[in-house]
Design a binder for this molecule. Sequence first.
Ligand code: HEM
Ligand code: HEM
Length: 453
Amino acid sequence: MKELQKQSYLTVKALFLSSMAWFVLGTSAGFIGATHMMAPELLANIPGLFFGRLRPMHTNMVIFGFVGTGLIGTTHYILPTLVRVPLFSETLGILSVGIWNISIAAGTILLGYGFNQSREYAEWPWIVDIGILISLFLFFVNLLMTAVRRREKTLYVSNWYFLGSLVFLFFIYFFGNAVWNPATGSVTGIADANLAWFYGHGLVGLFLTPLAVGAAYYIVPLVSRSPLYSHTISLIGFWTILMIYNHIGTHHILQAPVPTWLKVLSVTGSIAMIIPVATVLINLWLTMRGRLAYLHADIGGKFVFAGLVWYLIVCIQGPLQSLPVIQRVTHFNNWTVAHSHIGVLGFAGFIALGTIFFILPRITGKPLFNPRLADVQYWLVLFGITAFFVVLTPAGLLQGNSWYNGETVYRVLPELHVYMVIRAATGLLIVASAYIAFYLVFRSIFSPERKTE
Ligand code: HEM
Ligand code: HEM
């Protein structure tokens, strides 16, 4: 027990701080991208800020840098705590964080200079892929060795999700980035489209989702002061997501000439996703039912609760938009961009933020720096992401219906302008929340003094 109390939590702190720095940089890049859609001439002649370069800089920074790093940070606290031994090696932890951050930074800079492998979420050049794979391997070894030395016999479901997600990511990253083809990072033909979406889909579904769900399984029972409703149901959720999610990435390319059997498999699998999603949401709901006041009195609990509500929404939307009859209207427009943001930020990002705020006092031994400011941050990001969803969804329907009915693209663009202006404006709230979150985490770690109210 003493061993646990004496820990420095250096790796967790480094991961939390890095996550917040990527949150700031990633959302700022997203905002500049949004200005291109609102006022295309504004930043038109700066090569490093061309939309084609900025977009992958934004998506990779927020997915790997902000949400990924934040959630990996939470695993480095939750797993050792649950198995009641300290992290296997802080030195290995810091080394992994270093390689991970250098890789993301190198990838971002290279994209800014126009080095791009042109496959969504796999744009980084080969050398960056190698850095990411090495750090993932090191993160996994550190966590696995911690679990091997455990004092607690039962592996709580969060740990299944954490270890599983790092294994999934390592392999889907390796294959999805076609690492054996350094020059292109791809294979050829339609097989490449399949490979790319096996990867892109797995990145959110088998990396971010299990990490976020694992964190929610830790936070909800603790904050609502009630034991998990059912350990068995939680494991059914783990095994069914593993069985179903990995082979349904073709629902991203239903319009492409991929074999029909693969499309059918992906659509039926997308509907079957209701099973793992329902197990998580019902199990956690039955754990927190009647105890929502506890959750909302805690800044971490509040974020995680909101994240689960977004999970419900994104997972109602997901199976529906997998149906070809619906995707005919919703594909290739802002509908999907709305879905992406409520998934990656609303669900996984909110759970990352909540878990970070919950863990910070426990690793610093001091209360969170300025909880009132954390509350302001919560409302800013909640309002921002809700506005994103409310604005981009109708914008997508407008685009989709116009194109479906044969309308020329240039006649639709003026109608979209107002939506793009509102998106950029409300996006600023999310950017502001990122700066506040960085400040809060930084001060919570480094400031000796505390304002508790
Ligand atoms: C941490 C918060 C954020 C996350 C996790 C996030 C995530 C993403 C993802 C996953 C995409 C790809 C969407 C797709 O292809 O369907 C995307 C695109 C984009 N995001 Fe964000 N984003 C965040 C914040 C922002 C902010 C604050 C803005 C600025 C207003 C923004 C503006 C954009 C733009 C302009 C695109 C390109 C959309 C397009 O190509 O049509 N994002 N973001
Ligand atoms: C039941 C669960 C889900 C299903 C069935 C599902 C289904 C889909 C489908 C069919 C698309 C493609 C839409 C199109 O291009 O027309 C899509 C896109 C996307 N989904 Fe989901 N989704 C689910 C949950 C999630 C979650 C939980 C996240 C985030 C953690 C997420 C993140 C994304 C992103 C980022 C994209 C955009 C990919 C791109 O850049 O084109 N989804 N989803």
